[in-house]
Structure formats: structure tokens, C-alpha cells
Design a binder for this molecule. Sequence first.
Ligand SMILES: Nc1ncnc2c1ncn2[C@@H]1O[C@H](COP(=O)(O)OP(=O)(O)O)[C@@H](O)[C@H]1O
Ligand SMILES: CC(=O)N[C@@H](CCC(=O)OP(=O)(O)O)C(=O)O
Length: 305
Amino acid sequence: MLRTDPSVAIRALRSAAPYIRMYKGKVFVIKASGGVFADLASTRTLIEQVAILHQVGIRVVLVHGGGPQLTQIQESLGIKPQIVAGRRVTDEKSIEVTSMVLNGLVNTQILGICREFDIAAVGVSGVDAGLVRAHKRPPVNVEGTTVDYGFVGDIDLIDAKVLQQLLDDGLMPVVSPVSADDSGQLLNINADTVAAAIGGALKAEKLMLCTGAPGIMEALDDPRSIISYTDLQGLKRLKDQGSLKDGMLPKAKAIEDAIRGGVRRVHVMSYKSPDSILAEVFTNEGTGTLVVENISALSAAEQHE
Ligand SMILES: Nc1ncnc2c1ncn2[C@@H]1O[C@H](COP(=O)(O)OP(=O)(O)O)[C@@H](O)[C@H]1O
Ligand SMILES: CC(=O)N[C@@H](CCC(=O)OP(=O)(O)O)C(=O)O
């Protein structure tokens, strides 16, 4: 145990108490991108914060990515990774690699760290108990070119029963985005997309997208252009003016789907800044970008939540 000045600890607890009261029993979907798990220190920083949310009674569902790990293993197997508009073209060999890396390596590594922080966590993927029902994406037009994404899925339905049961039993689901169609064909789905759909199905209080970027930026090359607060209209404006590129495109679509699906607040934040999740939840000091449905419809009190 760390030795701290008791009055500091008591003050911190007192200031966190209203937030604990407000969020206890509520669902938070936290999505951590694969970059988090590239090194042990950032993995531990993230899981330690998740453990605190779980232990104060927030119903946490942790959804993980694993894009960088997939790229690395594809390359080591002589497969050339191909990512178009933020989504990986996934051929027959690559869908096997996807399930090995996401359901196997990344999911299990996270469960190992959860043990260290005493979280009773259970690994599931979109395939388990029909959690994510999807179909193979047909060839689509991306900026004037027809792209066949192969074994990439689009979500039809989330059957969140398995998550509800785990949460009711005090367990924390750790979800890999690998999913399947009704015939059992495995499908690769972007982890932000899966997290957003789960958030909508569970009517989550918050969806927190922990990524490498500090938040959503007006101009990617200008770190000062970070947007601290926006809504669906603002997000559309950013997309229309071409500010959103690569991985931010599926993220923006996921944010919109989550909010339209019933998630109240979506945060885009960096996993690189320590304590960012705790600061976002237990203080008024947010670090990244907060997206709501409609800023002008929020009451003054809600704006300070
Ligand atoms: N307007 C923008 N604001 C922030 N990031 C952006 C923006 N446009 C493009 N990006 C890129 O999107 C990346 C996030 O997507 P990605 O790396 O796929 O996320 P993750 O793997 O964390 O899910 C950022 O690191 C950045 O390079
Ligand atoms: C279809 C598609 O693109 N799937 C993603 C799934 C992993 C993911 O989303 O990982 P990050 O969150 O680390 O980016 C992929 O293959 O990279």
C-alpha cells in the first residue's frame, strides 16, 4: 500500500463520491485500441483504471482492438496488410490470423493483467453465445473504387444477454471483436464498431474510445486543434470538410451509431495520458473529445456532469 497524507486521500474520496453515486450500476463500454497492449506499462495503466471503475460498482464492458498486433503477425507470415478507409481487407488466411491474434493473444493477455488487478474478468468474442450477429460485407464503393473487404462483417444484431448475465454476476466481460454470421463463418469487425453496437444494445451511460490520438482534431497536423466538445452535427461538419481520415472514419461512424443507438456520451481520449479515464469519470477535467447528440439540448447541469 502507498503511504499518502490521509487528508489528501480523504479529500479525493469525498470529491469522487458524487460521481460514484451517479454512475454506480450504470454501464460503461470502454474500448481500448491495440496500441494500448503493445507495451506492458500502458496496459497496466489502463487496466488499473478499469479495475477502479469495476470495483466501485460501474458495470464495465471492456472491448479491445489489436490492429498493430494483427499487422505484425500478418507481416511475419508474409501476408501484406491492406487497410482501406480504416478497415482491414481480410482474406481467408487473414481471418484465421485475426481470430488467433484477437481472441487468442490479445484477449488472453488482457485477462492475465486483470488477474493482477483482481478483476474477475471473462473473455468473450462476438462469436460467443451469438453476441454479435453479422453478415459478410458485399463489395462496396470507397471513393470511386470497388473494394472487396473479404471476411469483414457488418453487424445485424447484438444479443447482449451473455453480457448482462456476466455483469449481473459481478464479472467483467473482455470482448474481442471477432464475430460470425449465422452459418458460423468468422468475420473481422472493427473494434470501435463492435464497441459502439454493444454500447447501444446496453444503453450505456458512456462509451470511452481510448486511442493513440489525443482526441478528435480539426486539423490532424495541429495538436492545438483538439475539439473538446461536439455533437452529431459537429461530427458531420468535420467529416464533410475532410478533417477525418483513416482510422478516424470508422470511429466517427461508430460514435454516430452509438449515440443514435442510445449511448448518452462518447469520449475519444488518449490512452497515453495517465489517469485519463479516472479524470474523465471522477472529475470535471476531461482530456479528449466529448460527443453528445445535440449540445444545445443539454441542460446547464448536464453540461457539468
Ligand atoms: N481528425 C482527426 N483527429 C484525430 N485523429 C485522426 C483524425 N483524422 C485521422 N486521424 C487518425 O486516426 C487515428 C486513430 O485511428 P486508429 O489508429 O485506427 O485508432 P485505434 O487503433 O486507436 O482504434 C489517429 O491516430 C490519427 O492518425
Ligand atoms: C475490419 C477491421 O479493420 N478490423 C480490425 C479489428 C481490430 C481493431 O479494430 O483494432 P484497433 O482498435 O487496434 O484498430 C483490424 O483488423 O484491424
